[in-house]
Design a protein around this ligand. Structure first.
Ligand SMILES: NC(=O)c1ccc[n+]([C@@H]2O[C@H](COP(=O)([O-])OP(=O)(O)OC[C@H]3O[C@@H](n4cnc5c(N)ncnc54)[C@H](OP(=O)(O)O)[C@@H]3O)[C@@H](O)[C@H]2O)c1
Length: 343
C-alpha cells in the first residue's frame, strides 16, 4: 500500500545548520502491525528543535533525519491488529515514544521524536499506536500541534511534580512555549504567577493571559530581588527555571524555604558557574529536573485542557513551504508563545 506514492518532507542531511535542511520527496511510509499512518496537519517548533538542527543537542546524531518533535495528524491508514484509534481521528505523537507511564527508563532516552527518531516535518508519518494520544476537540490543528513537548513539560513541572495549589506563587521565565503553558496551568489551580521577560510589551501580554506580576529581566537583572519584594521577603513556592546558566542561582535566591525549582531549560547556558550550594541547603530547596513527560501525563493534561477549554498561545503560523522562514523566526526569538507550521 502507498509504496508508489511520494510525499514532501524536510530533512537534515550532510551536516548541521539551516543550510543543511532540504526539502525532499520520500515514499509515503506504510504502517506495519500496531502502527498507524498519519497525514500531518500541523507541526510546532521548540527551542530544542534548533539545538537539534545546529548539532548542539546531539553532535553524534545520525542523518538524514526528519526534524521537529511536535505535530498533529489525522489517521489515514492502520496496520494489522491496530485497534486503539479509528480512521479519521486526530492524534499527536508523544515526545518520548517509549515512556508510557510511571518513571522514565534508560530506554526512553533514545526514543524521542525529532532526534534521534525521525520527527514530524513531513506530509505523512508512521508511528506506533502506543506512541499516540488523541487531542482535545476544541483545539485547531495548529493549536493541538503545540502540545507534545512544551505543554507536557510545563504540566509535568507545575502539576505532576510541583503539586501546585491555590495561592502558591510560581515564577516562569521568559514568554516562550514552556513558560506560557506553565503560566496557564498554574492559573487553572489558582496560583499567583510572576513572569520574567526581556520585553515590557510581552509582560503586558502575559498579564492579559492572567499573570499577576511581571519583571523585565533586562532592566532588572536582579529579578530574584524583585520576586522577594513582591512576596514580602518569603520567596516563590515554585520556579520553572528555563534560563539555566545565569538563572539557576537567582532561582534559588528567589525561592521560598522548602520551595521547588523545576530544572527545565538552558536558554542562557547549559552549565552554572559557582553553583550556590549553601543558599540551596539553607532554603532546603527541592531541585527537580524535568524531561518532558510520559503518555499518561499527556493524557491527564489533555483532560484538564479540555475541561477548561484552555487554548495554547500561538504567535504565528507558517505554510509548510516556508518551513525555513519559520525556523529562522524561531532563532530570532521575538515571538510570544508558539510557532506552528500548517500543512
Ligand atoms: N527539560 C525539558 O523537558 C524541556 C522541554 C522543553 C523545553 N526545554 C528547554 O526549556 C527552554 C525553553 O524552551 P521553549 O521551547 O519554551 O523556548 P522558547 O519558546 O524558544 O522560549 C524562548 C523565550 O525564553 C526567554 N528567554 C531567553 N533567554 C532567557 C533568559 N536568559 N532568561 C529568561 N528567559 C529567557 C525569551 O523570552 P522573552 O522574549 O520574554 O524574554 C524567549 O522568547 C529551552 O532551553 C528548552 O531547550 C526543556
Amino acid at each position: 500500500m502507498n509504496t508508489h506514492r511520494t510525499m514532501k518532507a524536510f530533512v537534515l542531511q550532510g551536516g548541521f545548520g539551516f543550510n543543511h535542511i532540504e526539502e525532499v520527496n520520500l515514499p509515503i511510509p506504510t504502517p506495519a502491525e500496531g502502527e498507524v499512518l498519519l497525514k500531518i496537519k500541523a507541526v510546532s517548533l521548540n527551542a530544542r528543535d534548533l539545538g537539534v538542527i545546529n548539532g548542539i543537542y546531539n553532535p553524534n546524531l545520525s542523518t538524514p533525519l526528519i526534524p521537529i518533535s511536535d505535530g498533529v495528524g489525522e489517521i489515514v491508514a492502520v496496520g494489522k491488529n491496530t485497534t486503539k484509534f479509528q480512521l479519521g481521528q486526530r492524534v499527536c505523537g508523544i515526545f518520548t515514544q517509549s515512556w508510557k507511564t510511571g518513571l522514565p527508563t534508560q530506554e526512553n532516552r533514545v526514543s524521542t521524536l525529532g532526534s534521534p527518531l525521525d520527527g514530524m516535518l513531513a506530509e505523512y508519518v508512521v508511528l506506533p499506536q502506543d506512541g499516540l494520544v488523541s487531542v482535545p476537540e476544541h483545539l485547531t490543528d495548529v493549536e493541538a500541534a503545540t502540545l507534545p513537548c512544551a505543554a507536557v513539560t510545563a504540566w509535568h513541572a507545575i502539576v505532576e511534580e510541583g503539586q501546585i495549589k491555590e495561592n502558591d506563587t510560581v515564577v516562569v521565565q521568559g514568554t516562550g512555549g514552556v513558560s506560557l503553558f506553565a503560566l496557564q496551568f498554574a492559573k487553572l489551580y489558582g496560583a499567583k504567577v510572576i513572569v520574567t521577560s526581556s520585553s515590557d510589551d510581552k509582560l503586558a501580554r502575559a498579564k492579559a493571559l492572567g499573570a499577576d506580576f511581571g519583571i523585565n529581566y533586562k532592566q532588572t537583572p536582579h529579578w530574584d530581588h524583585a520576586v522577594l519584594e513582591y512576596t514580602q521577603g518569603i520567596g516563590a513556592d515554585h520556579i520553572v527555571d528555563l534560563g539555566g546558566g545565569t538563572t539557576l542561582n537567582r532561582s534559588i535566591s528567589a525561592l521560598k524555604v522548602g520551595g521547588q525549582i523545576s530544572i527545565v531549560g538552558v536558554l542562557s547556558g547549559a552549565s552554572v558557574q559557582d553553583f550556590a550550594i549553601v543558599p540551596a541547603i539553607q532554603k532546603i530547596a527541592r531541585l527537580q529536573a524535568i524531561n518532558v513527560g510520559s503518555r499518561a501525563m499527556f493524557e491527564r493534561m489533555n483532560v484538564a485542557i479540555e475541561q477548561h477549554r484552555l487554548k495554547p498561545v500561538v504567535d504565528s503560523v507558517f505554510p509548510f513551504a516556508n518551513t525555513k522562514y519559520a525556523l529562522k523566526y524561531l532563532a530570532e526569538g521575538s515571538y510570544f508563545g508558539k510557532i506552528s507550521i500548517e500543512l
